[in-house]
Write a protein of this length. Sequence first.
Length: 202
Amino acid sequence: GLVSYYMDSRDKEQRNNEGRLEPVEASELTTAQFVVYFFANSVRENIAKAGIKLPQVKIAVARALPQATSSAYAYRHSVHYDHARRTLYIRDTRLSTIGEFCVVMMHALAHIKAANNSEGTGPWNDADPAFLKEFYGLLECCTEEMFFMRLPSTKASREQVAERDYRPAGIMSASSMGDIEAALKRVSKGERDSFLRTYLQM
């Protein structure tokens, strides 16, 4: 039978790409948009610092995109990857929230990473097991990075590994987790919740 692919709700509103590329310079972004753009790039850079091999591509913003080369991925009207320039363009409307922009970015990076690993340049397909492995792995890393960034700066340290897979090691160093465990041992089990809220500034 016919195979249907999930399309994100914002992409459904877009319906079609413009058929041309109109980049938006970082200097043109509003303050709120630049905060989202900066944070997403910081998350990507920090994951790479921990040893996760990410595609060496530039993240750019665009207000108009060329026609999509595939209908088999969720954000077909929100991203365009220029393989020759190694630049990933993300539609400016995706800068509305940090979470939205990060997920769209990681989704595209997972496709690029899966294609690089297989030395393929074919159309993206969300059902590709190689893509799914990379996408869910990157989501794990993003979630761990969010937790890592809540740690006091004096206690936060990353495991410095040249290259690693998503598991079993994590981004946060054993010493950072050890500091949390040592601190928790000094409070009662009933106080752990309130202690962590203070420790992680939640």
